[in-house]
Design a protein around this ligand. Structure first.
Ligand SMILES: C[S@@+](CC[C@H](N)C(=O)[O-])C[C@H]1O[C@@H](n2cnc3c(N)ncnc32)[C@H](O)[C@@H]1O
Length: 214
């Protein structure tokens, strides 16, 4: 196993690869959106996999100023070659094949989504890995849903049963990603238009993946 990145990224490399292969469509520019860019480790792993698939991908990612794992130097080191723009304002974002455009702004992922809507862009694949408190994970999905289409895939990180309650620096309410999935009717998956692809409830730093079907 390639161990270039954190254990939490490496343990899900295969799931991420499967999601990329499922979401990417040949002959078009596919868009990957990551909420919680941090040090760029999951971004780098995803971009490595994208480069191997033969599909064309562009990447948009977000973090917040003073974000608890955000590190511009580490991010540049991890995705330097593919980093098109490290932008402080969403207006500077760009979508370019093989490039990542990372926005560090107060509104984080919501700013990037607002920009995508203004440009008429939709994400083929989304990784929700920002604040893991229940309300934040829930509102991230609610913001993401309108920029997905049938066939889009959405991945949640730290969604295992044992992740619940883990430290979160935002409002110190504890990790509640799994609770968010329940409150969104994604677990069990009865939410209109969505199907569950993968769930790792017993895994620490678990992963839960959904596909939009209509
Ligand atoms: C768990 S880390 C992300 C790890 C990264 N995806 C990886 O695996 O390499 C969570 C990051 O989300 C950021 N964050 C918190 N709220 C956010 C928001 N509203 N929008 C974007 N990022 C946010 C935090 O600052 C933190 O750096």
């Amino acid at each position: 196993m390639n161990q270039r990145f954190s254990f939490y990224v490496e343990q899900h490399r295969k799931l991420i690869a499967d999601a990329i292969k499922l979401a990417g469509k040949p002959g078009k520019l596919n868009l990957y959106l990551e909420i919680g860019a941090a040090r760029g480790e999951s971004l780098a792993a995803a971009m490595e996999i994208m480069a191997e698939t033969g599909c064309d991908w562009a990447v948009l990612a977000a973090d917040i100023p003073g974000g608890w794992e955000y590190n511009a130097d580490a991010l540049r080191q991890n995705i330097g070659k593919q980093l098109g723009i490290l932008a402080g304002t969403p207006e500077l974002l760009m979508v370019e094949s093989g490039k990542a455009s990372v926005c560090i702004s107060e509104g984080g992922g919501k700013d990037v989504i607002a920009w995508m809507k203004a440009q008429g862009l939709f994400a083929a694949l989304v990784f929700i890995d920002g604040c893991h408190e229940q309300e934040c994970a829930k509102s991230d999905f609610e913001a993401v849903e309108p920029v997905t289409l049938a066939g889009s895939v959405v991945m949640f990180h730290d969604s295992g049963e044992c992740d619940e309650g883990g430290l979160q620096p935002h409002l110190h309410k504890g990790c509640g990603v799994r609770s968010a999935l329940h409150s969104l009717d994604l677990l069990p998956c009865t939410r209109m238009g969505w199907m569950l692809l993968t769930d790792t409830p017993k895994t620490q730093a678990g992963m839960t993946i959904f596909r939009r079907v209509e």
